[in-house]
Design a protein around this ligand. Structure first.
Ligand code: PEP
Length: 247
């Protein structure tokens, strides 16, 4: 059976002391989880977290990756640089990057291509805004976002992870219901099935106010293969409870 993946997105949170305390808390409680586990940390802390996680069951992730490999791109970090720090996953196209940094579907697709080319698994985020949901456009939006990624990466699309993150649920405490999330995941799975015969092995994560209280019901749904967790990933006990629910 496919193992679920629980990935924490620390966003722009942390400090050397706080990271150490959080990772030590996770490592002391995680044991041998039934799922895969990752933490996606701010890039300046990759070296610190790589050292703290060495030899453990928790993988390291980044929160973005450049669409370029090398050169005059001030502030950017290439996938091969991430690889040097033992990074396994990179979040790509998070709604905060789309919203605050103008990332387009095309840019996201190119970043995915660049990550895959360096052996980093992209966690590709898709999701509709509240206005789009209220206008009945959820399916249209997530399909458009995923189609751009499939178009550019068709031959290796089964190597990606997809995270469905309704924008209205991120950081709001207002999670999608398990049924709402499953409905969209089924749409995404069907779209992936049309693109590859390996669609069943692609992990589809749910993200958006997943927490210790709602994780089990979300993770019980047929097409929900894990979670991308923001706020609750910053508290060791909450994140451990979510990991334990991912069976
Ligand atoms: C996220 O930022 O990817 C996220 C899901 O955040 P939160 O869990 O805080 O809603």
């Amino acid at each position: 059976m496919k193992k679920k993946l629980i990935a924490g997105n620390w966003k722009m949170n942390g400090s050397l002391d706080a990271n150490e305390a959080l990772l030590k808390g996770l490592l002391s409680g995680v044991g041998q989880p039934a799922c895969q586990v990752a933490v996606c940390v701010p890039s300046v802390y990759l070296g610190q977290c790589q050292a703290l996680l060495a030899g453990s069951v928790i993988d390291l992730g980044a929160q973005d990756v450049s669409s370029h490999e090398v050169g005059a791109y001030t502030g950017e970090i290439s996938p091969s640089m991430l690889k040097e720090f033992g990074v396994r996953y990179a979040i790509v196209g998070h709604s905060e990057r789309r919203q605050y940094h103008g990332e387009t579907d095309g840019m996201v697709a190119t970043k995915v291509q660049r990550a895959l080319g360096s052996g980093i698994t992209p966690i590709v985020c898709v999701g509709e805004s509240l206005a789009e949901r209220e206008a009945g456009k959820t399916e249209e939006v997530v399909k458009r976002q995923l189609a751009a990624v499939i178009h550019v990466n068709g031959h290796c699309i089964s190597e990606i992870v997809v995270a469905y993150e309704p924008v209205w649920a991120i950081g709001t405490g207002l999670s999608a219901t398990a049924e709402q999330a499953q409905q969209v995941h089924a749409v995404l799975r069907a779209q992936l099935k049309a693109a590859t015969s390996n669609a069943d092995r692609i992990k589809l994560l749910y993200g958006g106010s997943m927490n210790a209280g709602n994780a089990a019901s979300l993770l019980a749904m047929q097409d929900i293969d894990g979670g991308l967790v923001g706020g609750a990933a910053l508290k060791a006990q909450d994140f451990l409870t979510i990991i334990a629910a991912a069976v």
